[in-house]
Unconditional design. Structure first.
Length: 331
């Protein structure tokens, strides 16, 4: 049998946001030889990772008669790569898309691994697909225009890889983070290759994310929304505390991370108190990784040795949240 002929790209579209567009949209269109691409520019932020914006993308594709050989280029951070990947994977049952991550967090995590999605009903990534980008084009040059807060958000996600897989990555900081980008991506690709649809091993990548997504979702309803990496940093603190309590993780690991926390959150405005525990608990009930309504955590026996699907009593979870809130800087 002969190989099927490769389809050619009939039309290109570039999805980005209002923060990225002034800096990089013309340059990237030129670099990718897509000067005639249709541009779709949305407002920036997690609050715009919505079905309404997916519909806007679909409508633009339809208005320009995009067929199944069209290409969507997602130029931006995790919101753009999640949103664009979902729109592409569902339009006409799937068109090709390329991710060009412009944030550290997207370079090491969000743009890699074939997860797409949008927020819905107040929950993070409640609607989504598993769909691989044709390519992920990573270039640290984009970090030159990245605000410090976004850089720190990405750094928190890099530290996750240190806790679950490679202790050397716990040495990552703002000054040396670019030298660790490839290593983080390699870890994620290796995990995803073994478990593309998160039936087992891939769950380790959720370390810090059970608490993190709930905290992030809650804070989006307040005057002080957090970036994804900032919420994950708080989530990892809770997971480390639980790891000490449940699995005897060396308490020094917890204390070392506590010492890093003020740096990771130095650009964020945070207002969390004990009154926020119940709202955060309500978001935990809707976490997509749950078994029924029971949250499942990724904890550590030791650095580099994660344990998945840990279910805990509600009282223990609340105790961990109380601990996290007590350690939030600048209270």
């Amino acid at each position: 049998m002969s190989d099927k002929p490769k389809s050619t790209i009939t039309q290109a579209f570039i999805l980005t946001d209002e923060n990225v567009a002034p800096f990089w949209l013309p340059e990237v269109a030129h670099w990718l030889n897509c000067n005639n691409a249709v541009e779709i520019v949305i407002k920036p932020g997690e609050q715009y990772k919505t079905l309404q914006n997916v519909q806007r993308i679909w409508r633009t594709l339809m208005r320009h008669h995009a067929d199944r050989n069209a290409l969507l280029i997602n130029l931006g951070g995790g919101v753009i790569t999640d949103l664009g990947g979902f729109a592409a994977s569902t339009y006409k049952r799937g068109i090709k898309f390329v991710n060009v991550p412009t944030t550290l967090l997207a370079m090491v995590d969000a743009a890699i691994g074939g997860k797409t999605g949008i927020d819905f009903g107040g929950g993070k990534n409640q609607i989504g697909t598993f769909a691989e980008a044709e390519k992920v084009l990573v270039d640290p040059v984009f970090l030159e225009t990245l605000p410090q807060r976004e850089l720190l958000s990405g750094l928190a996600e890099m530290l996750k890889y240190g806790f679950i897989a490679d202790p050397e990555l716990l040495q990552a900081n703002v000054e040396n983070c670019t030298s660790y980008i490839i290593r983080c991506g390699d870890i994620k690709r290796k995990v995803v290759a073994q478990d593309p649809t998160e039936k087992g091993l891939r769950k380790v990548l959720n370390f810090g994310h059970t608490f993190g997504h709930a905290i992030e979702s809650h804070c989006l309803t307040t005057e002080y929304p957090l970036l994804h990496g900032e919420a994950v940093a708080l989530g990892m603190l809770g997971a480390l505390w639980l790891s000490v309590k449940q699995f005897g993780l060396d308490v020094k690991v917890l204390h070392n991370f506590e010492n890093q926390l003020p740096m990771l959150l130095s650009e964020a405005e945070i207002s969390l108190s004990k009154s926020d525990i119940e709202p955060v608990m309500s978001y935990l009930v809707h976490d997509k990784k749950n078994k029924g309504e029971t949250p499942q955590f990724v904890l550590l026996e030791e650095v580099g040795k994660p344990v998945c699907d840990v279910m805990l009593p509600s009282a223990t979870i609340k105790e961990a949240l109380e601990y996290v809130i007590s350690k939030v800087p600048n209270q």
